[in-house]
Design a protein around this ligand. Structure first.
Ligand code: ZN
Ligand code: FE
Length: 250
């Protein structure tokens, strides 16, 4: 029951992930920023695309769908029901609690509104894998484009409650800039300082900083730590409710 994972860059800073179930050959792309590099990666691996799992409707996550469908006519496109009208090419519309199978591997759909109103994440519980799209980033989070910040905060808390060892794949490699911002609001966080150094070294070598891990985010991501006195002080707040501090930080 093994699942192979291949992560690579698309466009300027989008991360695309291919999941391959060795038992059945089923292969999924998480989001579709750009068909050309995704098809090239599939060819190199010798994998045939069976599924596309979309997290939200933004162009940099869906614009590769037509090209992938042209290359793999039988591919099944799954994505958020609440954004089906904007995406337009869904074979399967998903909502909170729905299950998706990639070969023998099951993912549960988590509704995580905020960045967009219908944004979903894919949680492969037995594999301890989360595909968070543009909701949670390493030491950061997406912008609340389509809901009040409190809605995004609630979604982030839902993801933060997953098991600490969960590996988290995100829609973008924004980690270096996120680390600088995180340090600016929580400079005394020793774990954060060490992580920022490690991230800078990885990026200097041209390496990805993702996946991240839920427990590492809990220790270093300021958007999950808005109740910390040091962060609230940086925001000019004291004992503020979490949602209020989050809105100030975001
Ligand atoms: Zn987006
Ligand atoms: Fe994006």
């Amino acid at each position: 029951m093994s699942l192979q994972i291949h992560q690579f860059l698309c466009l300027s800073d989008n991360l695309c992930v291919l999941l391959h179930d060795t038992a059945t050959g089923a292969t999924a792309a998480i989001d579709a920023p750009d068909a050309t590099p995704i098809v090239a990666a599939l060819e190199r691996k010798g994998w045939a695309l069976s599924d596309i799992l979309l997290t939200h409707h933004h162009a940099d996550h869906i614009q590769g769908v037509p090209g992938l469908k042209a290359a793999f006519p039988d591919v099944r496109v799954s994505g958020p029901a609440l954004e089906a009208d904007k995406i337009g090419e869904l074979d399967r519309e998903l909502g909170d609690g729905d299950k998706v199978m990639i070969g023998t591997h099951e993912a549960k759909v988590l509704a995580v509104p905020g960045h967009t109103r219908g944004h979903i994440a894919y949680w492969f519980a037995p594999d301890r894998l989360l595909f968070a799209g543009d909701t949670l980033f390493a030491m950061g989070c997406g912008r609340a484009f389509e809901t009040p910040p409190s809605v995004l905060y609630h979604s982030l808390m839902k993801l933060a409650a997953l098991p600490g060892e969960t590996q988290v794949y995100c829609g973008h490699e924004y980690t270096l800039a996120n680390a600088r911002f995180a340090l600016s609001v929580e400079p005394e966080n020793e774990t954060l300082r060490r992580r920022a150094e490690a991230v800078a070294a990885l990026r200097a070598e041209g390496q990805f900083t993702l996946p991240t891990q839920i427990d590492l985010e809990q220790a270093t991501n300021p958007f999950l730590r808005v109740e910390e006195p040091e962060i609230q002080k940086s925001l000019g707040l004291q004992n503020a409710p979490a949602a209020e501090a989050f809105a100030a930080l975001r």
